[in-house]
Design a protein around this ligand. Structure first.
Ligand SMILES: Nc1ncnc2c1ncn2[C@@H]1O[C@H](COP(=O)(O)OP(=O)(O)OP(=O)(O)O)[C@@H](O)[C@H]1O
Ligand SMILES: [Mg+2]
Length: 374
């Protein structure tokens, strides 16, 4: 049976800004975007998240009008935009390469599009000054682009797109070229600007941290399809597939088996670890299951308190936390994340006790055999 998210638009409440109905794209005979269905709400910060080559940019370019879909319908604010050229769509795009005019001032860069549209000088001044405030660059109007930091240039590019007051702002990995510190800062800035302007943002990224940190909802893309469209918390805690679980960070994916049923409890066991799933009525003893166990749901403990003790293969110090990798009897590895101790890390080779709550496992799907055809 087809899962419902493949065939029905994903929508809950609020006015719809962008609707994709069976929108697909082929380049020659290569399908890069499978027919997609999606509703993006007015004022939403929506992200397309997925690995390189999965079709994010192509999807965004179809919304912008830079690429024509091979099939399907795109509506923005209820009107079809198929055949409508880029400049007549209520959208604006910010690219990874900013394409600012280096020889023009901040003011002239932002005013450029308004001047083309023959907006009056008075109105240009007003609108640029309001938008400079939104991106927190008041007083920078007369600066040359070359006298700005990377993050400030980024904000000029966003201001230039926002000053036209688009219904929708499309952003394609706009923070990709910045260093990590500045990326984290600009993520907060972008959310602030989005909230302040009320503009619908469609944001493309391959960085799961970025997608989770900024978005109201995220579509996780894989090979031209949506794997799951959901809130960041739901993607993290209730991934619909192994792909999503793995893409949301270093999780342990393990095959297991149902060992017992007890009321609404389903007991499962996977390579010596046992868990309890709640409310999986259709599972029966002996059924095969695929489980995701996040590293931070497993804890190190003393041998007396341990449910299991395993040989430590290696440790990876990550600052606040340490990633401990253990060897399972079957040869697989098990990752455990815990707050870093202030003294020495345990030595590789020694056995360490592990414990976990019964509900630490998430059911990914019923039968690993069903999904092994990838
Ligand atoms: N103009 C084109 N002609 C032919 N193939 C293309 C064209 N544009 C994109 N593709 C192919 O379509 C697929 C999806 O590309 P797209 O740029 O949408 O990926 P992406 O998800 O944005 O990846 P990245 O994270 O690397 O930017 C890729 O396999 C790419 O090679
Ligand atoms: Mg891209």
């Amino acid at each position: 049976m087809e899962p419902p998210r493949e065939s029905e638009p994903v929508v809950t409440a609020g006015a719809i800004d962008i609707r994709l109905s069976n929108v697909g794209k082929k380049f020659g005979d290569q399908t890069v975007v499978e027919p997609l269905n999606l509703d993006i709400r007015q004022g939403e910060f929506f992200s397309l998240l997925g690995p390189s080559g999965c079709g994010k940019t192509t999807t965004l370019r179809m919304i912008a009008g830079l690429e024509a879909p091979t099939e399907g319908e795109i509506t923005i604010r209820g009107k079809s935009v198929i055949g409508v050229p880029v400049e007549r769509r209520p959208t604006n795009m910010v690219f990874q390469k900013l394409a600012l005019f280096p020889h023009l001032s901040v003011f002239d860069n932002i005013a450029f599009g308004l001047k083309l549209k023959r907006t009056s000088k008075h109105e240009i001044r007003n609108r640029v000054s309001v938008i400079l405030e939104t991106v927190k660059l008041e007083g920078y109007g007369q600066r040359a682009i070359s006298q700005l930091s990377g993050g400030q240039q980024q904000r000029v590019a966003i201001a230039r797109a926002l000053v036209n007051d688009p219904a929708v702002l499309l952003l394609d990995e706009p923070l990709g070229a910045l260093d990590l510190q500045l990326q984290l800062h600009m993520q907060q800035e972008l959310v602030r600007i989005q909230r302040a302007s009320g503009t619908t943002f469609v944001y493309v990224t391959h960085n799961q941290q970025e997608g989770l940190a900024m978005s109201d909802r995220v579509a996780v893309m894989n090979a031209g399809r949506f794997e799951q469209v959901d809130t960041p918390l739901a993607l993290f805690h209730r991934p619909a597939s192994e792909f999503v679980a793995r893409f949301m960070g270093q999780t342990n994916v393990m095959s297991g088996e149902v060992t017992a049923k007890n009321g609404n409890e389903t007991h499962v066991s996977a390579q010596g670890l046992s868990f309890v799933l709640i409310g999986q009525e259709t599972l029966a003893v002996g059924d095969k299951v695929l489980l995701s166990i996040r590293p931070e749901r497993l804890n190190l403990t003393t041998q007396q308190d341990a449910k299991l003790s395993l040989p430590l293969l290696r440790t990876l110090f990550q600052g606040t936390t340490v990633l401990y990798t253990f060897g399972l009897p079957g040869g697989d590895e098990l990752n455990v994340s815990a707050l870093a101790p202030s003294d020495a890390l345990p030595e590789a080779g020694q056995r360490v006790g592990l414990r976990w709550e019964n509900d630490a496992a998430i059911l990914l799907n019923r039968s690993p055999a069903e999904t092994s055809s990838k």
